[in-house]
Ligand binder design. Structure first.
Ligand code: OOG
Ligand code: MG
Length: 257
């Protein structure tokens, strides 16, 4: 299959809500660079379908995930408008095998263009920080993939629920913000902003620098998910998910059929 066919394969898995064999099973030679070309095709297909980009997102930014995947650099993907859920519920029938993770999102007040962007510059270009729950839903069987697989699959992006709290980036020490993630009143995981490459602003800076290699930049108005602070927790029908952030309020949602 060529790059376009591989992107179509992944888009149809998402649309038809079924898991598929990872693409490196048939194409073991795929590199990270090849995978971003497939991701670009996939993003182009969604734009052609009329969807709008909310912002790029970072993934595999936590030490735990990087170690698990044996990688030194995080990855990026894109969040589209149809992924933003504001009804207080997600439907299992729209998804394959979703997991939830707690994050901090940045609302950009200025363009940010690499290379050489620092965390301080990323903070200076940010209007607000808000809490977010990301629902990742790898299109691959059993959520198992190699690095090129997950990059091609738009970093498992599926849904996102933003919280209503908005803070100026200087109002909080984002690395020290604690987060808890509970399901049906039971604590599932917790963490602090520092889990995201030391500081969530550093994640935004890395994103700007990675995009620069493609001649791209972060744009004013982009809403950027900086990467999971907690681990990703599997969801089941009937779950009630709550997460709390120090200084950034909380988010709750239910998982319906
Ligand atoms: C890849 C998506 C990673 C994050 O925040 O680390 C991601 C995956 O683990 O399926 O969104
Ligand atoms: Mg994420």
């Amino acid at each position: 299959m060529n790059n376009k066919a591989l992107a179509e394969y992944l888009v149809s898995a998402e649309t038809e809500k079924r898991e598929v064999t990872r693409i490196t099973a048939e194409h073991p030679e795929l590199t990270v660079e090849d995978a971003y070309v497939i991701q670009e095709q996939l993003v182009g297909m969604k734009l052609e379908q009329g969807y709008r980009i909310v912002g790029p997102k970072m993934g595999l930014t936590s030490r735990a995930k990087m170690k698990q995947m044996n990688v030194e650099e995080p990855i990026y993907g894109y969040i589209f408008d149809y992924m933003v859920e504001d009804s207080g519920r997600i439907s299992m029938s729209d998804l394959i095998h979703p997991k939830v993770e707690a994050e901090i999102a940045f609302i950009m007040g200025k363009d940010l263009e690499g290379p050489g962007v620092t965390g301080a510059q990323a903070l200076a270009a940010t209007d607000y920080v808000i809490p977010a729950l990301e629902i990742i839903d790898s299109r691959y069987e059993n959520f198992q993939f190699t690095l090129p697989d997950v990059i091609a699959d738009n970093a498992s992006s599926s849904r996102v629920i933003f919280g209503s709290a908005m803070r100026r980036p200087g109002e909080l020490e984002l690395d020290l913000v604690g987060v808890t993630l509970s399901i049906n009143g039971q604590l599932k995981d917790l963490g602090a902003g520092a889990a995201v490459v030391g500081h969530p602003a550093h994640s935004v800076a890395m994103l700007a620098n990675m995009l620069a290699r493609k001649g791209l930049k972060i744009k004013k108005g982009d809403i950027i998910l900086t990467g999971g602070i907690t681990g990703a927790v599997m969801l089941s029908t009937g779950d009630y998910v709550t997460a709390k952030w120090d200084g950034l309020g909380e988010i709750g949602f239910t998982v319906s059929e």
